[in-house]
Design a protein around this ligand. Sequence first.
Ligand code: TYM
Length: 334
Amino acid sequence: MLDGQKVLFSGIQATGRLTLGNYLGALRNWVKLSDEYMCFYCVVDEHSITVRQDPATLRKRSRDLLTLYIAAGLDPKKNCLYYQSHVSAHAELAWILNCFTYMGEMNRMTQFKDKSAKHEDNINVGLFAYPVLMAADILLYQTDVVPVGLDQKQHLEITRDIAERFNNIYGDVFTIPDAYFGKVGARIMSLQDPLHKMSKSDENPNASIYLTDTPDDIMRKCKKAVTDSLAQIRYSEEQPGIRNLIDIYSACTDKTPEETVREFENAGYGQFKEAVGESVVSVLKPLQDEMKRLSGEKDYINSIIKENAEKAAYYSSKTLRKVHRRIGFPDRIR
Ligand code: TYM
């Protein structure tokens, strides 16, 4: 809680091209929840440098991502949209929380295992300690709820563990946050290998739908999506390809998977794939148009960046001060 309001925090990394998974698993839910909470939506650029980044590309992607938050429908007057690197409390709290996190816990993180396998030449300490920075992001704002996709479940659990451990030693300092997963769309799978999640870094160009894809690209990728030879549209573990397409269609049209199955009961796979493609286009096209319009509004975006960084710094410094006091760091002389 902050100022008597429940708090929501979430973030996306400014790395790679964002996918439909990022949109349906995160952004779309953010917009739906934004009226109910005091919201902080962060462009987590400090997380991005756990993998080598080209400076100009990182700067551009960060800006595009913040613009995307607005284009997706997050009102920057009501929601705090900002860059992590503009608020130094994130890195400061992360250092402190490092001292309350065990190597064994970090060693168990599946994302660390996956990423270190992918970047064998650069297994840096930041990559290892990444979940601690994520915990700091969340705990700084006394967050009640964190809407994310299912791939972040383990990171949310460790955040709660770290917060509880700290509170047990120093009294109630942090709110213990809950993860929020959307009913559909919390785990969008690759279109080419539906047993793996749709990912920004997939090398197969047909595996992921990117938020910048043209309607033609989207239709083509949906038509090429890997399915099966059962020729029936059912929501079942045995049909991961069809199940994923049902999830995508349901999330894009705000239907339940059961409603989607009923709608396409007698349809062939070709017809269903076409409808899935159209549902994705109908969601992404307005987003792309709004992105294009906003990219021209340089001064407006700059003013948002400035105002919201100040707002985030104000609230996060309150928590950080409390942490310093409880730990026993000397008071500042004013
Ligand atoms: P990131 O940038 O990898 O992904 C951003 C959001 O998109 C979700 N997501 C998906 N959801 C459904 N299906 C998919 N295939 C899919 N792929 C990605 C992710 O679950 C996430 O919600 N560590 C985080 C960023 C972060 C963060 C935070 C999130 C840093 N600090 C604090 C919440 C709170 C990450 O790398 O997400």
